[in-house]
Design a protein around this ligand. Structure first.
Ligand code: FO1
Length: 322
């Protein structure tokens, strides 16, 4: 087992990414892990600024996450939502009473002029999280899903319309004038950086918005560390969410190899599940190394084991001659 040394930067969206981020957090010293999180899912709702992927990462690393839904807090009560419904308020986006406190406090701090990075650092510290959870940008970036009937705001597509519309493309509105948040560039420029890990999140709606922030992809490419992506597709299926439905609608084969192709040119290594071992050579032919292991994370042990495998893979790649 070649021991990993140095720091790790992980790129993550919601549920799938958060599972691996948790595994990494149990494997690395907290000061050696920085999780860069997609903010394209963020939106203003009921007068609140809601940041779903930041909150999924925060709740997951704080051990507060609701494992059934994959979002929000465990053991929630719904007094606010029940009262809102009774008043005829917008009830399609479920806000638990505890979760509501996060949105209210974040909105208050943002309105007072704090950056999203500063607010996130304050909220995660209050929840006892030592790992850095960093928004990809402090500037507003909003994912819109292009459909045959026009562009849909992400949460309208994902929650209100339950991912039903046929997807033709994506827009990350505001990304062209966004800049990476300060901690992102610092983490990627750290000479001790030993690995950049693209977590098994949806490549189109969770990872692409991060890579679209001007300067961020270049900072990853300039980093001396190997870049490793973990496939979110196992046996042609997504573990959770609309990834494979999107692939069908975009005319992309539903396979781990398609995801490897999507990241081609950026990544040095790709991690696939044992179920997809037979596709390893096809993926290597794309010009990247392949690690085959168990990528389906059901238990905490699975999360830690995959994290250890990914970091060992990075160590192996770092020791390879250029
Ligand atoms: N997803 C749903 O499918 N239904 C919901 O009612 C819902 C509420 C919600 C509240 C707070 C939050 O942080 C996330 C929430 N999500 C909900 C998930 C959200 O749509 C995220 O964008 C997904 O996790 C995709 O990343």
């Amino acid at each position: 087992m070649s021991e990993f040394s140095g720091t790790c930067v992980a790129l993550s969206g919601g549920v799938g990414g958060a599972k691996l981020a948790l595994g990494l957090s149990k494997t690395l010293a907290p000061e050696h892990l920085n999780v860069i999180v997609n903010t394209g899912d963020d939106f203003e709702h009921l007068g609140l600024t809601i940041c779903p992927d930041l909150d999924t990462l925060t709740y997951t690393l704080a051990g507060l996450n609701n494992t059934e839904t994959g979002w929000g807090r465990m053991g929630e009560t719904w007094t606010f939502m029940d009262a809102l419904k009774a008043l005829g308020g917008e009830a399609w986006f479920q806000l638990g009473d505890g979760d509501l406190a996060t949105h209210v406090e974040r909105t208050r701090r943002l309105a007072a002029g704090e950056s999203l990075s500063s607010v996130t650092a304050a909220l995660t510290a209050r929840l006892g999280i030592e790992v850095a959870i960093t928004p990809m940008s402090d500037d507003a970036v909003r994912t819109y899903v292009d459909t045959a009937d026009g562009a849909l705001a992400f949460q309208h597509y994902f929650v209100r319309d339950q991912c039903a519309p046929v997807v033709t493309g994506f827009e990350f509105r505001g990304v062209d004038v966004a800049t990476p948040s300060p901690a992102v560039l610092a983490a990627l420029a750290d000479p001790a950086l030993g690995a950049v890990v693209i977590c098994p999140s949806n490549p189109y709606i969770s990872i692409d918005p991060v890579l679209a922030v001007p300067g961020l992809r270049a900072a990853i490419e300039a980093a001396a560390a190997p870049v490793i992506a973990v496939s979110p597709i196992v046996g042609g299926r997504a573990i959770k969410g609309p990834t494979t439905k999107m692939m069908v609608e975009l005319g992309v084969t539903q396979s781990a190899a398609s995801v490897a192709r999507h990241y081609r040119g950026l990544i040095d290594g790709f991690v696939i599940d044992s179920e997809d071992e037979a596709t390893g050579d096809e993926i290597r032919a794309l010009g990247m190394d392949v690690l085959t292991t168990n990528t389906v994370m059901q238990s905490l042990e699975d999360r830690v084991s995959l994290a250890a495998d990914v970091l060992e893979f990075a160590t192996v790649l770092r020791s390879k001659p250029e």
